[in-house]
Design a protein around this ligand. Structure first.
Ligand code: ADP
Length: 232
């Protein structure tokens, strides 16, 4: 059994409502609860507009809930000052998006070194870890290429490696293989899975792909503003 020490993300009683231009209220989360344990890979499967991005933004400290508690690694983030939230986001949370968002003017290697150097890791150590990660993702031979010189699958593998460059506790991904053809998507997903397994971080991955979702430890969905188990 997992104990509380191993919870990387804990959301309790989280509410999030948006007000639309004409004053109509859109309730996205209502008393939502979620616990993610270390080493766990959880699929978030829900239709468009259900609130997947909202949930990922809240978990990633990019937005604040209207009510409720969000803890990262046991630490309550709600009343943290903005600089502390930024530091927590940089140190403990990795993001992967549908589009790679790599820096175009830098090489694959540099894209992995920059986030580490922003945390004052030495150039030498940043480069060493960057190369190890590229190697793990099977693209070390592409280290000196710029994103535009990489295939879609390669770009996404670099983006995944970058997301874990700072050894986060929590990985948040929004359709990480959504832009790839089915075969590449499967291959990239397998690498992501191996990475999660080998590092013990926990991952929350929004996806429309039921086959990939079934490969994860459990699936959840949003129902009436709550997070509930989904059987696929
Ligand atoms: P998903 O990622 O599942 O497609 P979102 O989290 O983007 O869903 O959106 C959930 C709901 O909240 C949608 O109805 C969307 O229109 C609404 N919404 C999201 N962001 C905002 C915003 N900034 N202002 C107003 N409404 C928003």
């Amino acid at each position: 059994m997992s104990n509380d020490r191993n919870i990387t993300l804990e959301m309790t009683g989280v509410n999030r409502t948006y007000e639309e231009a004409h004053g109509k209220q859109v309730v996205v989360l209502r008393e939502a609860d979620l616990k993610l344990y270390a080493g766990e890979m959880v699929a978030l499967v829900a239709p468009s507009g259900a609130g997947k991005s909202t949930l990922l933004h809240l978990a990633g400290l990019l937005e604040k809930p209207d009510a409720g508690v969000i803890k990262i690694g046991g630490r309550n983030t709600i009343n943290l000052a903005e600089d502390k939230r930024t530091a927590l986001r940089r140190d403990d949370i990795g993001f992967i998006y549908q589009f790679h968002h790599l820096l175009a003017e830098f090489t694959a290697l540099e894209n992995l070194m920059i986030p580490q150097m922003l945390r004052s890791v030495s150039r030498e150590n940043s480069e060493k870890r960057a190369m190890e990660l590229l190697d793990f993702m099977g693209i070390s031979q592409r280290a000196d290429h710029h994103p535009s010189e990489l295939s879609g699958g390669e770009q996404q593998r670099v983006a995944i490696a970058r997301a874990v460059a700072n050894q986060p506790k929590l990985l948040l991904a929004d359709e990480p293989t959504g832009n790839l053809d089915p075969e590449t998507s499967d291959r990239v997903f397998k690498m992501l899975q191996e990475l999660v397994r080998s590092t013990g971080l926990s991952a929350l991955i929004a996806t429309h792909n039921h086959a990939l979702a079934r490969e994860m430890d459990r699936c959840i969905t949003l129902e009436n503003g709550k997070l509930v188990t989904l059987k696929l």
